[in-house]
Design a protein around this ligand. Structure first.
Ligand SMILES: NC(=O)c1ccc[n+]([C@@H]2O[C@H](COP(=O)([O-])OP(=O)(O)OC[C@H]3O[C@@H](n4cnc5c(N)ncnc54)[C@H](O)[C@@H]3O)[C@@H](O)[C@H]2O)c1
Length: 363
């Protein structure tokens, strides 16, 4: 018997939508009914995910007119050219304001299709069907969309909330192991930073998560989406509390940049970043050594990197200063007061940051 699906409402003023988390959702026409209002649909996917799930998705669209835009696979194609290809497809297929874009894929497809939906005719509906763990627990919820520019990641974009999110955990079965583990880093982020009960649950369900058991995946994805939905409600445009979702990201972005964005996956860099944030919190007297160790041990069980990539503390610090999360010249770190209790600090000294980086890199 399949595990029942879960529904998480995202009640933004005037734009309520639902995140449905379950197994076998793609292929069920009733699941898509709430998000698709008109008769015209453009499915945006890529050359990897399309062959796996496109046919099943088409079956759930009934008699609607469905066109398909297949993009090349990879972060390096998350560009204005990729965005243009989606807009061209909408124009060529004579889609109007009542058209719906369905984003079938990971965060790259979701961000690009969402951005095209935000811009086409000043905004058409987008239904997010995330197929990576990272996209199910993070990218598909919250309305951030966009593409990269040669000058930086996600420099061009818009906030555009989806009409619906369908997270079908069955799709995670075909996800490569490394991508799956990288997604687990974001799952740990929610527990360690925002929900201590969820962190305990992860410690108790490590094996089920590693085995990708359906019931564990539905629980994990739902709890992450509940956390994210709660924060997005309080702070849709990232003026305050939404920054707490960036636990591990100030360090993580520097690690990604230091390795040229092509050696470490985002989640891998975030895992090492969460450990650095925990060490910094411990050094500054906020977090106990025991709690920092629990975080390290869980990320270790998930097979994620536990220390920074090769590089000097000075280089990492320079990269952190260039991060777009820097405001008025001050670096912001999400630190931990306790497991599940995070806060933003913008008064951390370079010396303390350099010290934890050096300690963590020491052989
Ligand atoms: N909008 C947001 O709030 C937000 C949040 C976090 C990350 N992001 C963005 O998300 C992107 C990263 O997303 P990602 O980690 O999902 O990477 P991705 O979209 O590149 O997917 C990773 C790889 O897995 C493949 N894939 C996807 N689903 C699969 C499946 N079910 N089976 C087999 N292969 C599958 C993809 O084709 C790709 O090769 C980045 O561009 C990042 O900026 C956005």
């Amino acid at each position: 018997m399949s595990t029942p699906s879960r529904k998480i409402p995202v009640d933004l003023p005037g734009r309520t939508y639902e995140v449905t988390v379950g197994a076998g959702l793609i292929g069920r026409e009733d699941c898509f009914a709430p998000g698709i209002l008109g008769e015209d649909v453009l499915i945006v996917t890529n050359e990897t995910v399309g062959p796996l799930y496109l046919d099943r998705l088409r079956q759930s669209l009934g008699s609607r007119r469905a066109a398909v835009c297949i993009l090349p696979d990879g972060e390096r194609f998350k560009t204005l050219e990729g965005f243009s290809a989606i807009i061209d497809s909408l124009v060529e297929n004579r889609m109007h304001r009542d058209a719906t874009v369905i984003a079938l894929g990971g965060g790259v497809v979701g961000d690009m299709a969402g951005f095209a939906a935000a811009c086409y005719q000043r905004g058409v509906a987008v239904v997010q069907v995330p197929t990576t763990l990272l996209a199910q627990v993070d990218a598909s919820v919250g309305g951030k969309t966009g593409v990269n520019h040669p000058g930086g990641k996600n420099l061009i974009g818009a906030f555009h909330q989806p009409a619906q999110v369908l997270a079908d955990v069955t799709t995670l079965r075909t996800l490569p192991d490394r991508e799956y583990r990288a997604g687990l880093a974001e799952v740990v982020k929610y527990g360690a930073g925002l929900d201590p009960g969820f962190f305990d649950w992860q410690e108790q369900n490590t094996e089920a998560l590693l085995a990708r058991q359906e019931h564990a995946l539905i629980e994990a994805v739902s709890r992450c989406c509940e956390c994210k939905a709660g924060i997005v409600l309080e702070d849709e445009k990232e003026a305050g509390r939404r920054a707490l979702l960036n636990l591990g990201h100030t360090f993580g972005h520097a690690f990604e940049a230091a390795t040229g964005f092509d050696q470490w996956l985002h989640g891998e860099a975030v895992a090492a970043g969460i450990i650095m944030a925990a060490r910094l919190s411990e050094k500054l007297g906020h977090l106990s050594a025991g709690e920092a160790e629990r975080i390290r041990a869980l990320l270790d069980r998930f097979g994620l990197p536990l220390s920074p990539p090769p590089g000097s503390a000075t280089v990492f610090l320079d990269l952190m200063r260039m991060d777009k999360k820097v405001t008025s010249g001050r670096m912001r770190f999400v630190l931990l007061r306790a497991l599940g209790e995070s806060f933003v600090a913008d008064d951390v000294s370079d010396r303390d940051v350099a010290s934890v980086l050096r300690q963590a890199s020491a052989p």
